[in-house]
Structure formats: structure tokens, C-alpha cells
Design a protein. Structure first.
Length: 212
């Protein structure tokens, strides 16, 4: 079995692309390969306010970008190239992610961590849902091995938030500087908006799989 460690931030557009590309490459090019995908949190905006941040304002204040479409164009084009209909204007808010990451960490023991992470990220970008809201997260979690009230309790637990922050600090200490960050087999690392061929090459090298 190939272990894949995946470091992501839920509200990063390159991470939904990374999720999609990884799953697509595994399904299309390595259908017989057993993998264990382990999700690790990265917090890009750990101090975001409870109500969230309006992305056009964030782009203007941080980068001087007055037209969000300029920033959206490249990730949207990359997503389309891999068959993902990503329209970043659907979701113009970004939220705190400690609660969502806490739920994803809790899903590790249930064997549903990666699909839950994908579902939460999809809910943020494709459905424009507030993934810092306990009810939204609980609604998603029931399809991934949780009772609804159990999921709400995890999401609202400040100890779980602190665990996420500790795990995110470990991610930084391990050298994770951009997301998504993939580590295949504990030794082959790639990061950022890598294409399907690059992901496949890293998997092939880590798993010692001959080219098809």
C-alpha cells in the first residue's frame, strides 16, 4: 500500500484542484494501486473573523488586485484542463477552517478522512457553503461515518481546534510552505499546482510502478 500524505487548506483554490487531480490520476492511471491518503491541516488565514472575509476586499488589501477575475483566471483554467468546473466567483467569502480541519482529523479513525476532506472543500467552492458553520459541517459529516450531533460536538470543541493548530504548526516545521503539498511513500514530495503527469510520475516513482 502506498501512503500519500496530503497537506491542504480547505479554502485554497489550488487545493480543490489538487484533490481532483490526485483522485483522477489514481482512478485513471493506477486503478489497482492500494493507497492510504492521509490529510494534514495547513492554516493560511488562522485569524479570519467568525463572519469570514470578503475575497475581493482581501485581494485588494493584500495584493492590490482590483478585479478578482484576474486572480481567478489561472486556477479556473487549470481546473477546466482537468475536467473540473471551477467558477471562483461562486464563493466570494473565505472562512476560518479550524473546525473543518478538526472534523477531518477525527475522520482518520473511521477511514473516511480523504473523501470527507474532498466533500468539505467541494461544499466551500462548488456550493458556496459556509464551512465554518457547525450545522453545515455536521450535515456533510453524516455521509462519512459520523452521527450528526457527534460531528457538531467535534466541530465546536475548542480542544480539537487547538489540535488542528498544533498539527498545522508541525506541517510548517516539516517544511510545508505552499499547498497542496504531496508526499508519496514518505520520500517523494511535490507541491503547488502540479499537473496530472507530474502527480502520476511521483506516484510511479514512489510505488515503483512501471509506465503503462
Amino acid at each position: 500500500m502506498l501512503q500519500i500524505d496530503l497537506y491542504t487548506e480547505i479554502t485554497c483554490p489550488w487545493c480543490i484542484i489538487g484533490h481532483h487531480r490526485l483522485d483522477k490520476v489514481l482512478a485513471e492511471r493506477f486503478p489497482e494501486l492500494d493507497v492510504d491518503i492521509r490529510q494534514h491541516p495547513v492554516l493560511l488565514l488562522p485569524d479570519a473573523p467568525e463572519e469570514g472575509l470578503y475575497i475581493p476586499d482581501l485581494l485588494l488589501s493584500r495584493y492590490g488586485v482590483r478585479d478578482p477575475k484576474i486572480s481567478f483566471a489561472r486556477p479556473e483554467a487549470e481546473a477546466r484542463a482537468s475536467g473540473l468546473d471551477l467558477d471562483l466567483s461562486r464563493q466570494l467569502w473565505t472562512y476560518r477552517t479550524q473546525a473543518a480541519h478538526g472534523l477531518i482529523l477525527a475522520a482518520r479513525s473511521r477511514g473516511t478522512q480523504h473523501p470527507l476532506a474532498v466533500a468539505i472543500t467541494d461544499a466551500h467552492f462548488l456550493e458556496a457553503r459556509n464551512i465554518s458553520d457547525a450545522d453545515v459541517l455536521a450535515d456533510i459529516a453524516v455521509a462519512y461515518g459520523f452521527e450528526r450531533e457527534e460531528a457538531r460536538a467535534i466541530v465546536l470543541n475548542p480542544e480539537q481546534h487547538r489540535r488542528v493548530e498544533q498539527e498545522a504548526a508541525r506541517s510548517m516545521a516539516a517544511g510545508v510552505r505552499s499547498v497542496p503539498h504531496f508526499v508519496f511513500g514518505g520520500r517523494i514530495a511535490i507541491n503547488g499546482g502540479r499537473g496530472e503527469d507530474e502527480i502520476a510520475s511521483a506516484i510511479r516513482e514512489a510505488a515503483a510502478v512501471a509506465p503503462a
